[in-house]
Design a binder for this molecule. Sequence first.
Ligand SMILES: NC(=O)c1ccc[n+]([C@@H]2O[C@H](COP(=O)([O-])OP(=O)(O)OC[C@H]3O[C@@H](n4cnc5c(N)ncnc54)[C@H](OP(=O)(O)O)[C@@H]3O)[C@@H](O)[C@H]2O)c1
Length: 346
Amino acid sequence: MQPSNLPNIAIVGATGAVGQTLIALLEERDFMYNRVTALASARSVGRTLQVRGQDVTVQALDTFNFTGTDIAFFSAGGSVSEKHARRAASEGALVIDNTNAFRMDEDVPLVVPQVNATVVDQRPASNIIANPNCSTIPLVRLLQPLNDYTPINSVVVSTYQAASGAGLTGIDELRRSAGRVLSNAGDADTDNTKFSDPLGFNLIPSIDRPLQTGFTLEEQKMLQESRKILGIPEFSLTATCVRVPVLNGHSETAYIQFANAVDREEIVQTLSQAEEVIVFDNGPGTISYPTPRFLKDPNQVHVGRIRVNPDDARGLWLWLIADNIRIGAALNAIQIAETVTSQWVH
Ligand SMILES: NC(=O)c1ccc[n+]([C@@H]2O[C@H](COP(=O)([O-])OP(=O)(O)OC[C@H]3O[C@@H](n4cnc5c(N)ncnc54)[C@H](OP(=O)(O)O)[C@@H]3O)[C@@H](O)[C@H]2O)c1
């Protein structure tokens, strides 16, 4: 393809954890584009970023006109997307949005390419495609092949979500908080902005805002988004989301209740055949698992501890981990872009 046929892309939130990873992935995946524009807040205007060895100067989102931009990746927070994404879409850019702003909107497809790429066979009228929550993506990537193997009745999931899920500030906050504990500086972390409690050597069973139901918005997102992505409106899933003092990599335990008895070896085989999934399994009587600090491949979903409930052969436990910034955001967004550029964005 000639450069003029390649997409012009914009990265909104280019200086953040997701934006920086998007930039790294453009190079790693040899994503072909004609021109890249880096956008962020007024704080970063004039900063120089390296994109594929080229200097790119950060511009202000507030004053940027998206006319002539083919794909705009938005990763700058929900309120920024609410303010600017529909404008970008109306100026002609296909918006791939990493925030919670539009995920449940009827005119916005919610896409995990390994699961439901067909929903973007055609350009949506809204010109916006949403990227799901970072805990939902790896889970549905396992649930879909399992549900194809034999129907799932319900899922109970607990998440163990890393500090990086709250961006670069979240990572800094964990480092500071852990440093205070290690240096015996006391428990009074007074500079928390991202987490409701000091995260160093701690666990916080509350992510995003509380709802009247007693659940948090993060927990509700996992239910609603799974239903939309799997295309099963009555899909039964319930979650507890916990922030843990891990720098990067979200872990989850899932208890999956099937309609029928399942065979452990067939489950292992089903998951081994799933796209971009690494299965940890050394057979019955052994314990095999990934850990978030030492992921084999940050571009794949890792799953282990696969075991059938000895008291109920329809019940299956598993332990999964995915790099939340890659699989949970930047990589999924690039894979959406790869899907649509091969089909309809030129
Ligand atoms: N981290 C994850 O695991 C993850 C996973 C899924 C989805 N997401 C979503 O992705 C988004 C970004 O997350 P992150 O982890 O990259 O956060 P981050 O590290 O805090 O980065 C935030 C980015 O947004 C920019 N920004 C903030 N306010 C802005 C404004 N008013 N106008 C323009 N740009 C603005 C920042 O620019 P400055 O440098 O100029 O402040 C920075 O580039 C969030 O909505 C988050 O929910 C994150």
